[in-house]
Design a protein around this ligand. Sequence first.
Ligand code: HEM
Length: 504
Amino acid sequence: IVLFITHTHKRNNTPRGPPGPPPLPLIGNLHQLHNSSPHLCLWQLAKLHGPLMSFRLGAVQTVVVSSARIAEQILKTHDLNFASRPLFVGPRKLSYDGLDMGFAPYGPYWREMKKLCIVHLFSAQRVRSFRPIRENEVAKMVRKLSEHEASGTVVNLTETLMSFTNSLICRIALGKSYGCEYEEVVVDEVLGNRRSRLQVLLNEAQALLSEFFFSDYFPPIGKWVDRVTGILSRLDKTFKELDACYERFIYDHMDSAKSGKKDNDNKEVKDIIDILLQLLDDRSFTFDLTLDHIKAVLMNIFIAGTDPSSATIVWAMNALLKNPNVMSKVQGEVRNLFGDKDFINEDDVESLPYLKAVVKETLRLFPPSPLLLPRVTMETCNIEGYEIQAKTIVHVNAWAIARDPENWEEPEKFFPERFLESSMELKGNDEFKVIPFGSGRRMCPAKHMGIMNVELSLANLIHTFDWEVAKGFDKEEMLDTQMKPGITMHKKSDLYLVAKKPTT
Ligand code: HEM
């Protein structure tokens, strides 16, 4: 009786956690999520349980935020307490035990690594220095597409854009496109398009970063299950191959620095490895920079730098093909101003407000990281009267927030005009209605680079060509908005299109 009374008293006086769906024994709410689009399942659940919802995945307590008001609490008011990341099995391995910037837990090491990245890799001056590479790679892509246009052959635009962003990031990070020297793999059965081995490895790493590892959710038996399913050996194999690639890139740079010959496509522009190798002798950091730190940063640049940009351009083209009025308005803007030019450069893009609005509207409706990257609480705290325990995993559903009818008129409509009338810059620090780059301390440090990649390539794609869905493909099916599973939200069906010379 004494135990019963003490227990009941304690329970009545314990602050309440956020509401949520009742968990099943052992698995919790795992059965309510499916891997291909967890943000959609969580959005539906949030409609029933509210914008601050808690649930359990195996042994892991999780909270999901689905409104701009609560996102502001998490990413601004209490940002410090929510600034850490959980180091799950996949990210732990691929980030050399959290030596990178994206997956490292919050603390003195992450702060120092962030300083290094912001000052040396993502500063406005550094991003400007990569401009010739961006313009050169976009021009190369347009030349390739012109060959298709001249011969009237079908283009897999999704694959073209993946290769473009991969090639761009290779030149920014490594000085040249290494990928092609590795064995190539056919990835497109219809047209026989191929991807370089490096691209295939990065895609595998991307998949592994969001794969379900039992060890993360069922600690005592999980490792054993992961061994049996083979996922741990898949992770090990990908890690070893990628590690060998990074090592080769770094040693090639060291060799050419010793010999004084720059084996590079970039002429005067310093690439990311050049910059990081110079920092090896810099004693101003609180830790000794090693090759593993450089490899971990390279992983971030490759994974974060390639997929979100190509996914966004694909979603933008998909939306424009589905909305011909918007397509002709944005093409009108570009062609009226620059009709006589062969190439739209980065200065030209600055005078295209409607194109910029199209990119913002794309990022609102199709944020490439719909749940941002997961956070973990450092201490127990109180949000809107609910207690959130320390070590709770937190997902911010940027997808749901950007479609909330409380904040957006006709939220499902692709309507770039809504951004012409507002000064919203997707910065996230004062506007939480649309946060494709996250916000607060862990916000994307390369927002400008990401937006510039998307705006420049989109401007040239729609300026140089008119686009149609290729004959023999079902238009409705191809332009649907289904997504592939993964840490970045890619469109499920590839865009098979025909590029044509503009008629007017
Ligand atoms: C359209 C393009 C891009 C989008 C939409 C995007 C989006 C994001 C998002 C949502 C996050 C997590 C933010 C949070 O947790 O609050 C993030 C983090 C990050 N992004 Fe981006 N990103 C883009 C391009 C890039 C590029 C080009 C790079 C680098 C070359 C990059 C590097 C990073 C890094 C290093 C982080 C981790 C930051 C940290 O945890 O401290 N991103 N990005």
